[in-house]
Design a binder for this molecule. Sequence first.
Ligand code: MEV
Length: 426
Amino acid sequence: MEEYNKKFYEMTPAERLAQLAEQTSLDQSALDALSGADGLNLAQADHMIENVVGTYALPMGVAQHFLINGREVPVPMVIEEPSVVAAASFMARLARAGGGFTASATAPEMIGQMQVLDVPDLQQAKAALEAQREGLLAEANQIDPLLLKLGGGARDLQVRLIEKSPIGPFLVLHLIMDVRDAMGANAINTALERLAPQVERISGGRVLLRILSNLADRRLARAQCRIPEEALAFNNYTGAEVRDRIIEAWAFAAADPYRAATHNKGIMNGVDAVVIATGNDWRAVEAGAHAYAARSGRYTSLSTWSKGEDGSLLGSLEMPMAVGIVGGATRVHKGAAAAIQLMGVKTAAELAEVIVSVGLAQNLGALRALATEGIQRGHMALHARQVAIAAGAPEDMVAAVSEQMINEGKIHIQRALEIIESWRAK
Ligand code: MEV
């Protein structure tokens, strides 16, 4: 890495790819997929969804400095918002001072739900279903022998009584399945549809919905980090000040849902960017995150920040993480497959650990900025660049045009056009 004088963020996209090629085992086709030169083609897109007319591109950045469970991880992030990749990289660098991120994931257990209506005797049906638990699990396990071979399969069956609803009481059956390295929606939904006729026979009721729950609270990912006090100091702020302000900012989110929604959105800036880069279902992860944040009955922060005994800042994040590395777009989309390869993750659990670490880093970046100089300063530089580009500044002028707009405090297209014009006239 030393032979490169430039920092990663100072390089051109081609130089960054060349560096990644040196640092990782990515072959040319994976690099082409990451760069978009050979990402998703029209024929593949036409097989993915319906009524396809084209593809839609977003920037793919690679966050730097992530040390997760002692391993260096270049993190692919697909996102339209400026500052997110820079903040993640910067915070990952701060976290290194305390050993990086420590992350873990529970077993990849997903929950499927079956809504059982018109049950003649709810308590009796509940008991009957519970008594047939083993038989139902065995039936579910006949569907996918490969999943069983890989160590996954149906794990549990729970029956819940919903006492009050707009249509009166009914039963809900939860099927818990270990889906290994898949996101698991297909495995769960197939198993539920297979079991429904038996559940109707046993309960005497009528099965209506058979669908996965996105509140994947048995498939959690956790990340922690410790930032030494001295690493937090910058400009005129001491490390202790920055630490205490971050904790105060977090307390706001812990206590108030209006703030918690924005705080968690900042976490999801990092989470979603990696989820999207790897071809995973970000709506599922979003739904799980926010439902989990409201699990106590009051919507709150997904993360916690506190002061360690040695004065360091301690952060932790726990959230559902229903992501896979097999099946769906993760394999069909070459860019997604290359993103997974870039991180060197071998299991869905490892991917979940990376994602939750990035979420925690992103949260730290937002709180650190908000609780000190505000986020507009950093945003403005990138915003000015975008305005300069939108005004048609040639590549070699973009930096100078944006700098002049920032210095003048006038960041808008009209001013950019005037600056470009005046320079052209010279
Ligand atoms: C902006 O995309 C995200 C933030 O609003 C997050 C936060 O307020 O914590 C900066």
